[in-house]
Design a protein around this ligand. Structure first.
Ligand code: AMP
Ligand code: MG
Length: 348
């Protein structure tokens, strides 16, 4: 009995601690949004991270709850680990059969393949085998040998994704190929949740999905929102710069998000160079993309991180309405021309 009481006390202590941490996290995110306080802020855990919606006008709480329910439904469909979702079903039928999927899932996969082609394979949603090998997502932290990498590379490559558009179906060329939409999921889901909230009449809100931020309208004072960019060398929720202006999505990718340090001092992180089969090492530590489409921003932040600063900048220059911030391991910050007037470093 005493043991049970002690266990209960321990459980409530952990619960309270989690609540306090969540409140601290919320404060950090809300303060990135400019001076006005939101009327309503709610959070859920989704895709291993905290997803938060802040609404800056009177709103029925039910609308936000419905948005979260929709978010979790989308996550289920896109996660490798939710067995009934489209992606997990495609993965289990790899090399065996076409799998019928939602038209929206098909469109997203097609879009990803398109960007794989545009980026000469730097962005690739078929890297599951490689991601598992390095174990960064699972915490296994394995420094892979060249032999293991070569074996995993036999099961990667977007050309292994076959599309049957007429039947809205997808098939992977052989067993062992695994789709992993980690590089686009959060951006895509926040974009869909934004559409949902706009349809419900919401005119002023911020969706913050683990630091990927999507805006609806301005804040109550009719000022544009300001979005903080995560400091890649700081604590989570600590910003090094603020972006204002009229663009409505900001997504960052970086080597600081998930990584382990090897005995050789190398930071083995979660963004793979698909050509080499190992974490991208090109001197970059963070790329943030600012544009009006969070799906695109998420794709590009990962792609450009792999491409490196020089190639990445040249690629982004071929696009309209897309701006970026690069941070190098040497703490060098590069801002694209079109963003300079809306970008401000925070004095520390
Ligand atoms: P992000 O934080 O958006 O850059 O996404 C990183 C996640 O995408 C990783 O944790 C992997 O699940 C997956 N990933 C890693 N490298 C790549 C890549 N080169 N192309 C597409 N997805 C990747
Ligand atoms: Mg991404």
């Amino acid at each position: 009995m005493q043991n049970r009481t002690r266990r209960l006390k321990k459980t409530s202590f952990i619960f309270i601690l989690i609540l306090i941490l969540m409140m601290l996290f919320q404060t950090a995110c809300a303060s990135s949004a400019g001076k006005k306080e939101p009327e309503l802020t709610k959070s859920v855990l989704s895709m291993d991270t905290l997803a938060q919606i802040s609404v800056y006008e009177k709103v029925d709480e039910k609308v936000v709850d419905e948005a979260f329910a929709y978010m979790l439904q989308l996550e289920e469909n896109l996660s490798r680990y939710a067995p009934n979702g489209d992606i997990a079903r495609i993965n289990s039928a790899a090399g065996v059969a076409y799998v019928k999927v939602d038209e929206e899932t098909l469109e997203l996969i097609e879009k990803c393949i398109d960007y794989s082609e545009q980026t000469e394979g730097a962005f690739d949603i078929s890297l599951g085998a490689l991601i598992d090998l390095w174990g960064i997502a699972t915490g296994e932290n394995h420094i892979a040998s060249q032999e293991e990498i070569n074996e995993a590379l036999r099961h990667t490559g977007y050309k292994n994704i076959f599309i049957d558009k007429e039947n809205s179906a997808v098939m992977l060329a052989k067993q062992g190929v695994i789709l992993d939409l980690g590089a686009v999921g959060k951006g895509y889901i926040s974009e869909k949740v934004r559409e949902f909230l706009v349809e419900k009449g919401v005119k002023s809100a911020i969706i913050n999905f683990g630091g990927n931020v999507v805006l609806i309208g301005t804040n109550k004072g009719k000022q544009p929102f300001r979005i903080g960019i995560q400091d890649p060398f700081g604590q989570r929720g600590e910003y090094f710069a603020v972006v204002s202006g009229s663009k409505t999505a900001l997504v960052s990718s970086g080597s600081y998000e998930r990584y382990f340090l090897g005995p050789d001092g190398v930071r083995y992180h979660h963004i793979m160079n698909p050509a080499e089969g190992r974490p991208a090492q090109n001197g970059l530590c963070q790329v943030s993309i600012v544009c009006d489409d969070a799906t695109l921003a998420d794709i590009l932040s990962t792609a450009v991180f792999v491409m490196g600063e020089e190639k990445g900048l040249a690629y982004l220059q071929t696009m309209d309405g897309v701006e970026a911030v690069f941070v190098s391991e040497e703490k060098q910050v590069t801002v694209t021309e079109g963003l300079k007037k809306d970008f401000k470093m925070i004095a520390k």
